[in-house]
Design a protein around this ligand. Sequence first.
Ligand SMILES: [Zn+2]
Length: 242
Amino acid sequence: MIIEHSSNLIAKIEPIRAFQDNYIWAISNKQLLVVVDPVEAKPVFDFIKAEQVTLCAIMITHKHHDHIGGVKELLHTFPDIQIFAPKNSNLDFPFTAVKDGDSFLIKRINLHYSVLETPGHTLDHIVYLDEKNLFCGDTLFACGCGRLFEGTYEQMYSSLKKLKRLHPATKVFCAHEYTLNNIKFAMTVCKNNKLIHERYEACKDLSLTLPSSIEDELKTNPFFLAQDVDQFKEYRLKKDAF
Ligand SMILES: [Zn+2]
């Protein structure tokens, strides 16, 4: 059950591009900024300068370097920020540990988020959620899902099942621009799905394909469309070799 928080609707969400294909999601109002998975500090500093905002919080989805690499540098410049990260993460900076079912308030900017645990890509992986938006790191991608580095196929399948139950209009903010490659793969395993072909046409000339939505994923993501864990495993193994 997600409670509507009107304050979240006032904030805008923009991508900060980093590395080759990472997105650091920037959630801001006129004065304050929250970032999700800051792989690098420099593009966040550039955003702060351009938008004239102050960083007040960081949300981390999982422990991989390409999601936390910029945290310490940001913390050095903004020592008072709140950092939220998974309870199961062993990180070398201070953070507020959050776990499945938790809700929290980022006080300075008055934003509320809920947490779901989604083990599979890593065992510590969590996602952040409000009534309209999902920040899902490397669990769910547009037309794809994260590789299994630590979890089992059963764990990832049930993590994706949790996300399938979210409201279809929920916007999906994932951490990488993998969409086009994912759609090309989807066309090989779901050959008769016309909507996947339409999605390819809609995305093929875009440099930014996100956010997606749960509805789009329910219709075209092979890992959402998999009938059972065996089919999920089959698709995941094929994608690993694609
Ligand atoms: Zn990762």
